[in-house]
Write a protein that binds this ligand. Sequence first.
Ligand SMILES: [Zn+2]
Length: 349
Amino acid sequence: MNEIHRIDLPRIVLVGRGVLDSLGDVCHELGVRRALIVTGGKTYRIAGMRAQQILNADGIRSDVTYVSVADMETMERVKLEVFESEADAVIGVGGGRTIDVAKLSAANSDTHFISVPTTASHDGIASSSASIKGLGRPYSIRAVPPTAVLMDSLIVSQSPYRFTASGCGDVISKVVSVEDWRMAHREKGEYYGEYAGSLALMSSTLIMQNARLISGRTEEGYRTLLEALVSCGVSMSIAGSSRPCSGSEHLFSHTLDMIAPGKALHGEQCGVGTIMMANLHGLDWRGIKESLRIIGAPTTAEELGVTAETLVEALVRARDIRPDRYTILSKVHLDEREARLLAEECGVI
Ligand SMILES: [Zn+2]
């Protein structure tokens, strides 16, 4: 046994109220002299402009580029702008799409990536994976973990609450993804990392335990969620794959993205998937559903904005999305009738 297990982690993680103010210090610490800020039209006004002002005041030159979709064309454009502006850091200021484009263009141009999320909608804000359209697959690809993550709870708390509830759904889903992973280890001899699995599972437990703190929109609730999202990102870095954070419930969500695009947010879909996959695993699906309900995340097809037929179809097709990932869906092989019964038993349809 002389296998080298490489773990790439963020070097600096700041969580709390007003941490955006430290952006200049963080850049100095990393030796960044010129940055490209990747942001969206709206998120520029929310935090991108402020980020640029802070950099200016600290003597760091910066350019701004806007993105609205996370596809390969946009990523290539941003990568080119990184070279043209001679930036030594890409700073993603925005939601999931912006962060994903910034992350991948930083990875492909060998520069630092600094993540400044304006929402807490999913765990990609602190992970090394990116969801990019145009690669012929609906799940995320490996990029690099951010060199620094600045999670300003003040900014995140001002985003629509729906994003926060979605982020909770994404974290809660780890109770199932870790169970899928353990099962793959037991039944298929797949590598299982106890430390990575435990970390992801703990994040899920903490969000369920603190459901009321989160729905009360307290500072402590936001911090708990942000720290859980960082921990999920770290667990993936330790595992060297998305395994601890993406199981059957994510396959269900990815399938919905394909057959009913744009209906619901990633974490919302994962949350609903978690209820049903937890049932298949014999876990406490009622407790999971109750936590999602308290948080204010969807627990039914109707709340996701999809029909019962679509939801059942997603359940049946989910196992084919990523055949290399062994999950409870590979094992039980739901047909349409069984899928419908499962969804009905869980009160999802
Ligand atoms: Zn996710």
